[in-house]
Structures are given as C-alpha cells and as structure tokens.
Design a protein around this ligand. Sequence first.
Ligand code: NAP
Length: 495
Amino acid sequence: MFKDATIEEINSAAVLAWKTFHIYRKQSLKQRADFMRAIAVEIDALGASLIETAMKETNLPEARLQGERARTIFQLNSYAEACERGDWLEARIDTAIPTKTPPKPDIRKMLVPLGPVVVFGASNFPFAYSTAGGDTACAFAAGCPVIVKAHPAHAATSELVAGAILKAAEKSNMPQGIFAHIHSSGFEGGKALVMHPHVKAVGFTGSFIGGKALFDLANQRKEPIPVFSEMGSTNPVFLLPEKLNASATDIAKMYAGSITLSVGQFCTNPGLIIGIAGPSLQNFKDNLAAEIKNIAPATMLHPGIAKAFVGKREAALKQPSVETVAVSSLPSKENQGTPTIASVDAKTFLKNPLLHQEIFGPYSLIVSCADMKEMTAVAQHLEGQLTSTLMATDKEIMENEDLVEAVKNICGRFILNGVPTGVEVCLSMHHGGPFPATTDSRFTSVGADGIKRFARPVAFQNWSNALLPDELKNENPLNIWRTVNNMLTKDVSTV
Ligand code: NAP
C-alpha cells in the first residue's frame, strides 16, 4: 500500500537528520518538552480514525487500543515533564580546590544527545512502542532527531501517527528533518538505516532474530553504535509450596487471565511456570486447565505471528515428556491463537533448550521440580528475562535465599505475588533485562530513565561560568537537581 523508500531516500533522510541534529540539540529542554506535548495533542486530535485504522490492521479490540493511545499520550507528556525536570542529565559539579596538591580543577559533567536515532516499531504495540512510542519520545527528550522504520503490519496506523508528529513539528517551529518516516518491506531498508554513518543509535522492539541481527550489523560498522533491542522473554513464575497450598485456585484464575491477555502477545507474557510436584501443583494445574478450556481463541496481530505461534507450539508439544495439560475447547479460525498449557518435569526441561524459548502467544509451560533444590537449579539455568515472579509467603522468601538470589540475577523486574503483564509507566520502572531479553541490561525502554539511552556524558574541565551550558552554570538557571561536591541539591550557595 505504501511505497518502499529507496536507498537514496534513506540516505537523504539520514543526512537531513544529521544536519538537524546540530540545530535541535541546542534547543532548550522546554522547547523539546513543548514539542513532545504538541505531538500528544495531535495524536489525540486524530480521534476515531486512528483507532479504526489500528483495529483493521492489528485485530486488537477497540478498548485495548483506546487504552494504548491514552498510554502513548501519557508517555509523551510525562517524558516531556521529565525532560524539563532535567534529572536525566545527571548533572555533576566538582568545584576547584586550588590549594590541593596538585590543584584540583573545576570539573562539571552532564549528558548530551548522541545524534539521529532510528526506531523500529513493535507489531504488538502499534502506538505505545511504535511511531510516537517510548523510544521516539525518549530520543526527542534527549535532543535527537528520529527516523522511524514503520512496522509493515500497521503501516497505515504508523502513517497517521507520523502525520501527527510532522504537524506538531511544524506548529512548534522544529527544524525540518527532526522526524522522518520510512516504509520498507524487506530488511534492506532497515539495514541501510542502521549502517548509515549519520545514525548514532537504534531502538528496537520485536523478535530475538531481528533485534540481534540489527545489533550485529551496528557492531560491524566502522563506528559501532548502541542498539537497544528489547527482544523475547519467557518471564518465569516460581510457585512456592506454602503460597500455592493456600491459594492455588486464585493463582490459577489470575494466571489464566495473564497468559491469555491480548492473545498472549505481550513481551511480559508468563511463558514458564515452575512449581514443586505434589497435590498443590496438581490442584493448580486442574484449576488452570478448567479456566483455559473456557477461554476462546482470538485473532493474532498478523498472519506471520499466528503462523510462528502454531509452529512453535506444535514443536514444543511434540518434545519428549511434554504433556498437554489444557487447550481451549472453543472453536478456532484461521490466524487465531488457541490458549494452551503444557507441562514437563524439570530434568527434561533442563536438558532441552527448545523448551526455554519464547512462544509468542497464549501458551505457558508448567515445569515440575522434585524439590526446592531442583527449582533453584532451574532458576540458575535460565537465560536473561524481562521479568521474573515469585509467588511466595514472606517466610518462604526468607528461607530460600539461594532461589531468590538466582531469580533476581536473571531479570530486570522482580515481581512478588502478582502477574508480569501490565508495565506501569513511571520513573522507577525497569523494562529491560540481561541478554537475550535485551542487548543492554543497563537500560530501560519504559519510564523516563529511557531517555539516557540516547545520550552520553561530557565532562567540562576548567570552563568559566559564562561559557558553560545553562545546566552547569553556578546560578542553576534551569533550577534542576545537580550533584554538587557529592551532595544532590538545587541550592547554588555551594557552587
Ligand atoms: P520482527 O520480525 O522482529 O520485526 C520487527 C521489525 O524489525 C520489522 O520492522 C522488521 O522489518 C525489522 N527487522 C527484523 N529483522 C530484521 C533484519 N534482520 N534486518 C532489518 N530489519 C529487520 O517482529 P514482529 O514482526 O513484530 O514479530 C515477529 C516475532 O517477534 C513474533 O512472533 C514474536 O516472537 C516476536 N515479538 C516480540 C515482541 C517483544 O515485545 N519482545 C514484540 C513483538 C513481537 P520487516 O517488517 O521488513 O520484516
């Protein structure tokens, strides 16, 4: 439907973004924030047509898309606020001590923008992690122009949102080239963007294969650049016996909802449930099976995702010692994901890497362990995850330090007695995790700390007050929090 960008058009977009970078990075935090707020207003103004277009393209229901649009608007406004608040700049000031031997110079540090950022939108979040989603908002806040590679599964939705960004840019007097929107149906377009010498960082949400391929490409460049890929995760849930004994029915109900939410198409979907064999785990399985049988299959985001789900689910169910616990008993149509629960013993699980892989859709595997020692071995064996969850009593947490430490070691967000689906947008959120959940476990793609992905530190040594950026001037004209001689303060009397 949309014409693929030619390599010449991709080059022009990158060259213009680089030119624009030298103008935009000098704009004040307020100018950047006002631009982001203007984007939020324009997205809201798209009204029903945006929701209708996204419904047609993604098969997601209206209520879900309304919620996601509200989340996207909230992200833009709250990251704009954070941009102006300036904490993300990590301003540090160490004043000179001329009497020290040798004399200590005046040194002041802050984050500065990296340069043009390429964003690959996610198929499962057409608004919140796509064209004007978290990565784009963070890049604008950091002072970077953005080039979005539209996800082909929601190209028309992406086009509408891109129009809103361009309108906001015009109304906010942003330099031309602050934002570009590229369609490309093969990998060539994405590859050309990542390899372009004027591109300085990449944000990606999607498959492990895609995220890792882009990361590898970026590392083959003459000047390697950071690629923040958020990829797959099985989000293991550990059911401890005392907790399970007390509330197996409630936990089963809660997890049936979480596993099948949005046809299981969340990167935080609980794909592994680890328990200790015995009557409580059997009770949990029976209750979960009863719930799952009554949850209807639903249409997935695009035929490719449905096909991948069917193939991976089939392959997992065929593995030796894997048993099918429950499958939805309601009728299914083409391209629908059928809610499914399987189970396996921990010894088999530990030996079979195929069972550790994410199956993107409404599927979860129950792993039954002989005892706590084996449960801890499973935790120690798992790769990096976006989230891990413990369903446990306080007593169980205190008595199982090895397990708690092993689980904490593999994840970015550690949940106690809850479900991993549902990612709050706030400063304390960490949506990331050790590889292969992401390509850089130090950063988050949700919450205003995500701005730091697109910035780097510069230390200014011996600069006179008049020549320093406003963020680091003695009089603190932006009234931001700064660490002055090791004390976090807005006070200027110590500078
Ligand atoms: P994807 O295949 O990873 O594609 C995401 C974007 O990256 C698309 O724009 C795609 O371009 C591009 N891309 C992928 N590989 C590339 C490469 N080697 N070189 C250049 N560009 C590349 O993700 P998807 O289409 O959304 O879904 C496929 C699978 O991803 C799902 O079945 C699921 O397993 C996983 N997924 C994970 C998450 C998560 O949050 N972790 C979210 C969504 C999907 P093209 O469209 O041109 O191919």
